[in-house]
Write a protein that binds this ligand. Structure first.
Ligand SMILES: Nc1ncnc2c1ncn2[C@@H]1O[C@H](COP(=O)(O)OP(=O)(O)OP(=O)(O)O)[C@@H](O)[C@H]1O
Ligand SMILES: [Mg+2]
Length: 252
């Protein structure tokens, strides 16, 4: 299989705590993988280790076949591995379109983008077209020229996904993207995540909202105490007794 992301035997220890223990999984191009498990089971540690927020204690991370586990965070973004951040922007006075532009220029410093925008430099038509397509896809086209501080909390979350998309990632990591969303916003998010897969991205999504996970994922990996206890289709996971005992019994 042609894997966009290939994680082998990933381990992460904090002091004496084994937050991740020998985790292996792969995500193909166009595939949506869910990562679920109880609180403290290692989901965010997985995302942070993949993104390079802190180094793995052991294991390998390959992006389209190339090892990236030795690379710093920004270099992983340049290589095609992007995650969303909780905070909208360092510049809440930016417009939605300007924020997405930040994501399209990972090699440029934020100051550099800032001065480019403020100097009135024209955006190349190719770049502008690409940003417009992303704004459309994420449902933000009508808000393109609105300042970030004026858009809703949910739209700021969609904006974070739009910003990640602007870097044209092979792999996109979403840690609890539905947090704080109400039902119709979660539906909109579900459609977007499905569209990300259809667009050819490999997606890793962490969520406690099981209806969303079951709807959008091709496969699901289940963690418990930092170890993978199951992997399978939503149907397989739902009826896996170990998963029900460790997690779904309480979450469902
Ligand atoms: N920066 C850190 N320093 C020390 N321990 C940490 C750190 N980050 C996570 N841990 C520990 O690693 C384990 C896994 O935590 P992690 O945040 O990955 O869980 P999670 O599955 O994301 O949980 P939740 O569902 O609550 O978000 C926990 O025991 C946690 O206390
Ligand atoms: Mg977490």
């Amino acid at each position: 299989m042609d894997l966009a992301l290939d994680v082998r035997d990933l381990g992460k220890t904090f002091g004496g705590v084994k937050a991740l223990d020998g985790l292996s999984f792969g995500i193909a191009r166009g595939e949506v993988m869910g990562l679920i498990g109880p609180n403290g089971s290692g989901k965010s540690t997985t995302v942070n280790t993949l993104a390079g927020v802190f180094p793995a204690t052991s294991g390998e991370i390959r992006l389209r076949g190339k090892p990236v586990h030795h690379l710093p965070e920004y270099a992983r973004v340049q290589a095609g591995l992007t995650r969303t951040f909780q905070t909208a922007s360092v510049f809440p006075e930016f417009t939605v379109r300007e924020q997405v532009l930040l994501g399209a220029e990972p090699a440029r410093t934020r100051r550099g983008v800032w001065s480019m925008l403020r100097s009135g430099a024209r955006m190349e038509p190719e770049l502008r077209g690409r940003l417009d397509e992303i704004l459309q896809l994420t449902g933000l086209a009508d808000l393109a020229d609105t300042r970030i501080e004026e858009v809703s909390a949910a739209d700021q979350r969609f904006l974070m996904i739009a910003t990640a998309l602007a870097a044209d990632p092979a792999v996109i990591l979403l840690d609890e993207p539905a947090a704080g969303m109400v039902s119709h916003e979660r539906d909109r998010l579900s459609h977007l995540i499905l569209a990300l897969g259809a667009r050819g991205h490999a997606v890793l999504v962490i969520e406690h909202h099981m209806s969303l996970i079951m709807k959008v994922c091709d496969r699901i990996t289940v963690l418990n105490f930092g170890e993978k206890i199951a992997e399978g289709t939503p149907r397989e996971i739902r009826s896996d007794q170990r998963v029900v005992d460790a997690y779904l019994g309480e979450a469902a």
